[in-house]
Design a binder for this molecule. Sequence first.
Ligand SMILES: [Zn+2]
Length: 323
Amino acid sequence: MAHQAISQDTLWEKVAKSIEFIPAEYSSRVQPESVAREMLRCESVEIDRLVDAGLPFEERSGVRHFDANDLYNLGMYSNKGNTQPELAFRMLFRFAGRPVDALLREKSWDFKVQLECVDCAGVAPWHFEAPDVARYGGRAEVATTPQPSSGSAEYAATITTTGARTPIVSPVLRQLTQDYLDAGYRWQMIPVPMQADYQLVHSLGATSCIAASLFLAERFRSAGYRAEAKRGWFCGVLGGALDLPHACVEVEDDDGAVRTVDIAKSQLAARLSADTADFQELCLGSVYNKVIPSTASGNASFGHHECGSQTPAQVRADIRSAR
Ligand SMILES: [Zn+2]
């Protein structure tokens, strides 16, 4: 009953004002109103209020359709407590409040990636940016790699990750990281193609994993460090309930070691709960077992099909804890 009382009082106008809607050129308004109501646990009249407050939509066959990122961000910042985005993030980051030792152990994952070329022009080789775990103490036992084909292909492997406490030593890198955190950019779900335009994202006062890493890598390089944003997979995203793109910055530290800064995870954890300080610190240089790094650079896609089709291939990962 407590939740119901809160939901009737949700100041949707205020929530709508507090987030940045995805600009039209990056927006994909395909979620029907029924999905919006379910995600936000609200009634039609509340959707009306959101639309009045600026929530972009497209009407098709008399039904309003919305961008999934907009709905996620409204839910995340609604403070209702029962929206799907809030529940998903709370579940996803539950680990961040626990002792971090569990994140430093070896862990194995059943890792499958489905590559799909929806407008396929015929048989051709695939290019896939595979897991790249050996550099951080992990290993991959590859079962299937994409073979030349048309339409679709699969990569399957057992990936073992591990962790290590290797905090950033350079005071300069520490300061640049802290400056970024102090700047108060607001974490939002943002479509991957828009995140590549990291200057646009930050000019809106927003941030997200890939955009944050591209931005911070640029700052590190400006300070004379060798740094590159790299994409990877963040494990434990249950049943695909949350398609959370992952990226971090790889930077050569003062002692010559290459370390990773996972700035957006640190920021997200801080936003979700105050008892995640140890995890937040782990994100600044250390390695933990819930991330599978890849060979893809920060603004690259994980895969493409060389058939000549202009439509980008879709890459879907299914990562489960191995027994
Ligand atoms: Zn193709």
